[in-house]
Design a protein around this ligand. Structure first.
Ligand code: G
Ligand code: G
Ligand code: MN
Ligand code: NA
Length: 252
């Protein structure tokens, strides 16, 4: 079986599971949401990380089906929680292909209407690199925001998109890429760049989310720099749905 056929079969057999990485609001210390991260569970029980199959899914166009499946899974997994905790949100990763097609917005609308979930409880993340076709991206992002979702740019600082492009997009948040957080307290040369990345985010007047916070020092740094939210192993790794819900209750 070719890797593409295997992936197609896995989609049909619904072999994907979503894990949830908690998102912390730095000012209050509360967990306010999570990022949905997909994993492929093979029939033999092996887990396959997304960086091993998302690129193939994007090339082949199968990502559209995976995104639909992730949306359905998130709503099914967290239905009870999303209804009871109306402040909690889940961020779903959207690929360049999804932005071009816009199909995921129909699936999202159908699923949340069925479940009675507020649109603001679903945030969407698009990487800077997926903005290759800015006009299409802008149209889909505008549609998503009109529907009530919040939009974040993922991997901010790594994608060469100009501030003038980002300024023209209707956005809510920027996720500062992990490489800039890694540099804090470690790599003197790279950490010179970190305050400038944070400054650019501030200049765009968007909420900032630090990604990949692993140490107390990095947590203190981003807090002091006025970053509103953070995600990383310092707080929690991605968790299965039931463990995320337990984490949310214990942590808050
Ligand atoms: O989960 P992990 O920690 O290994 O994520 C690796 C990469 O895969 C990240 O860049 C993440 O954005 C991407 N990824 C994880 N889940 C999804 C998903 O549901 N859709 C898309 N398009 N990318 C995802
Ligand atoms: O969508 P995005 O590219 O941001 O995906 C986040 C990726 O980063 C996932 O693979 C997730 O498991 C990983 N990740 C999240 N927090 C940490 C962290 O603190 N350290 C490391 N090494 N990886 C992290
Ligand atoms: Mn992401
Ligand atoms: Na990222």
């Amino acid at each position: 079986l070719s890797p593409e056929k295997e992936l197609k079969l896995a989609i049909r057999k619904r072999e994907f599971q979503v894990h949830y990485q908690p998102l912390i609001e730095l000012a209050t210390g509360y967990c306010v949401g999570a990022e949905a991260l997909v994993r492929w569970r093979r029939p033999d029980g092996r887990w396959i990380a997304p960086d091993l199959f998302i690129p193939l899914a994007e090339q082949s166009g199968l990502i559209l089906d995976i995104t639909d499946h992730v949306i359905e899974q998130v709503v099914a997994d967290l239905h009870a929680m999303l209804l009871a905790e109306q402040q909690v949100h889940v961020a779903i990763n959207i690929s360049a292909r999804d932005l071009e097609s816009g199909r995921f917005l129909d699936v999202l609308e159908r699923e949340i209407a069925k479940a009675g979930i507020a649109p603001g409880q679903i945030w969407l993340e698009v990487t800077e690199r997926s903005l290759i076709n800015p006009d299409t991206a802008r149209a889909t992002i505008a549609r998503a925001r009109d529907a009530g979702h919040l939009m974040a740019i993922d991997d901010f600082g790594t994608g060469y998109s100009s501030l003038s492009l980002l300024e023209t997009l209707p956005l809510d948040a920027l996720k500062i890429d992990k490489c800039f957080i890694d540099a804090i307290g470690r790599d003197a040369a790279a950490s010179v760049v970190t305050p400038h990345i944070i400054g650019m985010g501030r200049a765009l007047k968007l909420n900032l989310i630090a990604e990949g916070v692993e140490t107390r020092e990095q947590d203190a740094y981003v807090r002091k720099a006025g970053v509103q939210f953070a995600q990383g192993w310092y707080y929690a790794k991605a968790l299965p749905a039931d463990e995320f819900m337990a984490f949310y209750r214990d942590y808050n």
